[in-house]
Design a protein around this ligand. Structure first.
Ligand SMILES: Cc1cc2nc3c(=O)[nH]c(=O)nc-3n(C[C@H](O)[C@H](O)[C@H](O)COP(=O)(O)O)c2cc1C
Length: 231
């Protein structure tokens, strides 16, 4: 059985969005479940080049597994992890009112899923398959203000997730967190993030998230005796 997956979408290791993901993962672990973190920066992949290769069946990407200067393109590994996960968590910073470049490259690579979804003999788009995968999204920005600070990114994420049969269930949109020290200075925000993770950990352990089997969870949690366990 697969665990929930957290995509760390910043190019900055141990930065603010990584710290947020760590707090959420701690909360999930306190409930006895496990959030597997996947840092996109550790995976090499290119953005879509609109070669048209995925337009027709079998809708494969021409970049998948390609060797570019000794680096193998690994986008498909991430798509496999996403597809197998019962629950997805996305932690990303806002860069120039948008999502970071490497994450956007992965988003563009979902073009092959769009092509497959929209390809029917009659040329009619097919509807997404059920059940829809729940996705938690945390976006963090340095600016304390800005009415539309997260709007474009949320719209992009909606269309990224759609062909992956996933949808945004809950969001945490955090402002004024430029550096990790800003997060450290806000204990209430940290506690709320850990509580968010704990809440979803409890839902997982209560069997309320389709595709997750609590009996294979790593540690004690909501429904079990004992202290919290790390993943
Ligand atoms: C290249 C770059 C662009 C940024 N653009 C914005 C922006 O448009 N709006 C904003 O509020 N903060 C912006 N920031 C600040 C980041 O959102 C903020 O520092 C965030 O906490 C970084 O998270 P990370 O450490 O996980 O990368 C930018 C930071 C960088 C490095």
């Amino acid at each position: 059985m697969s665990n929930p997956v957290a995509l760390l979408c910043s190019p900055h290791p141990n930065g603010v969005s990584d710290s947020i993901a760590r707090l959420v993962a701690e909360g999930v672990a306190e409930a006895g479940a496990c959030l597997q973190t996947v840092a996109l920066r550790d995976y090499t992949f290119e953005g879509c080049i609109d070669c048209g290769g995925c337009t027709k069946p079998p809708h494969k990407c021409t970049l998948a597994g390609r060797n570019s200067g000794g680096n193998i393109d690994r986008a498909e590994e991430i798509f496999s992890l996403i597809e197998a996960a019962p629950l997805l968590f996305i932690s990303a910073p806002i860069y120039f009112y948008s999502l970071p470049a490497h994450f956007k490259a992965l988003i563009d690579r979902t073009q092959r899923f769009w092509a497959a979804q929209n390809h029917t003999p009659a040329g009619k788009p097919t509807l997404p398959r059920a059940p829809i995968k729940p996705t938690l999204v945390s976006l963090v920005a340095g600016r304390p203000r800005g009415k539309l600070l997260f709007s474009g990114s949320l719209l992009t994420l909606r269309y990224f997730l759609s062909p992956l049969n996933a949808t945004i269930s809950e969001t945490r949109l955090l402002r004024g967190l430029e550096k990790v020290k800003d997060l450290e200075e806000r204990p209430a925000v940290r506690a709320a993030l850990r509580a968010w993770g704990h809440d979803w950990g409890c839902r997982l352990m209560a069997g309320k998230v389709p595709g997750y089997d609590p009996s294979t969870a790593p540690g004690p949690g909501c429904g079990k005796d004992g202290a919290s366990s790390p993943c």
